[in-house]
Design a protein around this ligand. Structure first.
Ligand code: SAM
Length: 159
């Protein structure tokens, strides 16, 4: 069921961002509440490894919103391709994000990650375990081909 919700967009590097202090800049009262209660979880669609240049894909958004480009901080950057080294760096980057962000999460948090994990990179990540995998058919693809395509949504919790 869809509910009315309030959304805030904070732009930054998820490996290092301080969500509470960034939130305090745009919504101080909510930031106080968030700091006290912490966030219930994360739902994210992280980058694929070496597949898409996301800064180019969203170049118009950086211009429209006046956001500074941070190409070199992109995890799984396309220019690094999909070599073994690129895959290792990708896993380190995603693990760093997941470890960093846990300080903002409440006890017994839930993390959901949408992934097309063809290199099987997710299972060993950080102090987390996959408790469930949901298969999600993708019907409206940007690439308008007719090939059936589905993604996995990993449900992760603390070990
Ligand atoms: C699969 S896309 C998902 C985008 C968005 N959730 C959507 O549905 O449009 C992955 C996104 O992660 C971003 N990203 C990559 N490295 C990042 C980092 N270190 N910190 C924050 N975002 C990053 C990419 O720029 C890209 O926008």
């Amino acid at each position: 069921m869809r509910k009315v919700s309030y959304q805030i967009c904070l732009s930054g590097n998820s490996e290092t961002i301080n969500l509470f202090s960034q939130l305090a800049k745009v919504y101080p009262t909510f930031a106080k509440l968030a700091k006290r209660q912490k966030f219930r979880g994360i739902f994210s669609s992280p980058p694929y490894v070496g597949l898409i240049d996301y800064h180019e894909q969203h170049a118009y958004a950086y211009e429209l919103f006046g956001l500074e480009r941070q190409d070199e901080q992109e995890i799984g950057a396309m220019f690094k391709k999909q070599s073994k080294k690129a895959q290792q760096e990708y896993v380190q980057g995603i693990a760093k994000v997941l470890v960093h962000c846990q300080q903002f999460l409440a006890k017994d948090f839930d993390i959901f990650l949408v992934a097309n994990d063809k290199y099987n990179l997710y299972p060993p990540i950080a102090n987390l375990q996959i408790v469930h995998q949901y298969k999600r058919p993708v019907l409206n693809r940007t690439e308008k081909d007719k090939g059936a395509y589905s993604e996995i949504i990993f449900h992760l919790k603390e070990k």
